[in-house]
Design a protein around this ligand. Sequence first.
Ligand code: SF4
Length: 437
Amino acid sequence: MNETRIHQARKGILTDEMQAVARQENLSPEFIAEGLAKGHIVITRNNKRTDIAPLGIGKGLSIKINANIGTSRDLLDIEGELEKARVAVEAGAHTVMDLSTGGDLPAIRKDVMKAAPVPLGTVPFYEAAARALDKHSSFCLLTEDELFDVIEDHLASGVDFLTVHCGVTLGTLGRMEKEGRIMDMVSRGGALTAAWMRYNEKDNPLFTSFDRLVELSARYDATLSLGDGFRPGATGDATDRAQLHELITLGELQQHALEQGVQVMVEGPGHVPLDQVQANVLLQKRLCHEAPFYVLGPLVTDLAPGYDHITGAIGGAVAAWAGADFLCYVTPAEHLRLPDVDDVRQGVMASRIAAVAGELARGMPGTREREHKMSKARRMQDWDAQYELAIDPTVARGRRGEAPPADESVCSMCGEFCAIKVQNDAKEAKAAKTAKT
Ligand code: SF4
């Protein structure tokens, strides 16, 4: 097993990467090293990649956003997906996951890395299933060696974090079937893995040969993102036996990988009613030894198709407040179709709002200061400062410009009855009167 950044952190070596992350986060390199050593922080950069800045995710760090892009076997518009990757990064996504299942997958992955110079995540099982479908006419005939060959290909090509559904086991599958669910499995990787297991009457090779995965990840100092194959896909399934049994397994695997010096994040739900979001974060943090928590939404209601960037942002804000570290965006196209470029942009912005709301509630110093600056800019009717501080300056400037006010200090909402202007003018008038007397 080669030396990883966890091993270096445990020896007290403060690497250039740790120093860079410390500078980005306004924290000390020692804090980053301690977080790495304990498995509370990961730095998502494959040791083969020199074209991206290292990115820290985890306890005490600012909350990060991921955007998913990728072709499907039905919709193969590679240029379109590359444009989405570019737009996601321009909009503020810290990482991109390439979930492509259609086309020349290694070539697409390479192009996504060029289009989006940020850490890249993948789900290697998708490519393994696609290759098996082409080679054997059924992904169920995929062999364990073929699966690990794909994983190694992804790592050798520079993938920084891998979503691997290691917690999809026969034991958890049996528990889900016995308890019963409204939606069964909605994770694509989880469902493919479960179908393979049922067909082959074998347990998941990502679970039974987890050490193989650990050894490969250590070689590239990549991060394992333990996927939640049993994430609830209906609010009525949230926090059930299968979800929690998988989480216990993921905590055990996370502990084992950490002992071997491999970085781990743990993925979380899914569809979760608002009153259960905080409990889900608490359970993940407790059972997975405070490993970074990467949440998919969570979506707090099933009733808003077309607006799931909002249902995801509501859940994401509460999860972030409760301690989640990494938010996977949800777009307005969720549950309906492959997102387009505008959906991607809206999804990233919604997640950024959730992240900032969570950071503010957690009292993160940088966020609090930015909020105060914005409040003061509003008070001073300093519109340029407001645009500069806004999460989305283009939209803020554009909306005001759509209905320009007669008086430039206000906006068309209240016009000359602008509450701020009325107060500012009253104060100025009083000060002028006092000065005269
Ligand atoms: S006009 Fe109304 S909405 Fe616009 S800045 Fe003034 S108080 Fe706010």
